[in-house]
Design a protein around this ligand. Structure first.
Ligand SMILES: Cc1ncc(COP(=O)(O)O)c(C=O)c1O
Length: 210
């Protein structure tokens, strides 16, 4: 295992060993290479004339660009358009988003890290599959589920999908069926992943408190 990945796993284990247990083999092996990040930081300090470390060129006014391209974006500053975006998203956006999640759902006050920007939901789900599920792990879903889960988690990721009845006889979400399926699936290798997708696709249903 790469030394940086090992170091990250040690940090996670210290903060919360359960989270380390949740990671897939791939999730445990991932790391952010230090090279380019370190070089960019160094250039920020020492490159006073041009900084071309990350594939863009800057001069004293900021990023260099073609006027013909900038014409399409005149309501935005060049510094917000032309440089590479950080791979996890802009820090100020991530911070604001975290604040919004905390405001909208105060019960999450147990603490969570800065959200990561993804290319829409499907990309986020694929990252979850890669980071948290090994081939053969079980994904628990209601029997009414968005079809692309099969492609993302099962066809690509090799997960086993276990489904439970979506609605009980009263027309509410079948919580008992969910719990039974979780208990049953947890017997297989001691680990399950559950997606709670609300509003549910295809039914549009969202559970109520009672
Ligand atoms: C439950 C569910 N998840 C994900 C998606 C896809 O979202 P995105 O286009 O943001 O990847 C859809 C789209 O219909 C959906 O219904």
């Amino acid at each position: 295992m790469n030394a940086l990945a090992k170091e990250l796993n040690e940090i996670i284990a210290k903060e919360n060993p359960v989270v380390l247990d949740m990671l897939s083999d791939l999730g445990k092996n991932l790391f952010m290479p230090k090279g380019i990040v370190t070089q960019s930081a160094e250039a920020k300090e020492k490159a006073h004339k041009y900084n071309v470390t990350i594939g863009i060129a800057t001069d004293k006014d900021g990023p260099m660009f073609l006027d013909s391209v900038y014409q399409c974006f005149t309501d935005m500053k060049p510094a917000d358009i032309f440089p590479y975006a950080p791979s996890s998203g802009k820090p100020e956006l991530r911070k604001r988003w975290k604040e919004k999640i905390a405001d909208d759902t105060p019960s999450l006050n147990a603490g969570f890290s800065l959200p990561v920007v993804t290319n829409a939901l499907t990309h986020g789900l694929k990252i979850v599959s890669d980071m948290f599920m090994n081939k053969g792990d079980t994904l628990v879903l209601p029997n009414m589920f968005w079809g692309n889960y099969r492609l993302t988690f099962s066809v690509i990721g090799g997960a086993e999908i276990a489904t439970y009845n979506t609605f009980n006889e009263q027309g509410g979400f079948d919580v008992d069926a969910l719990l039974d399926k979780c208990r049953e699936s947890a017997q297989i290798n001691g680990k399950i992943t559950v997606i709670l997708n609300f509003p549910n696709n295809p039914s549009g249903y969202s559970p109520t408190n009672s």
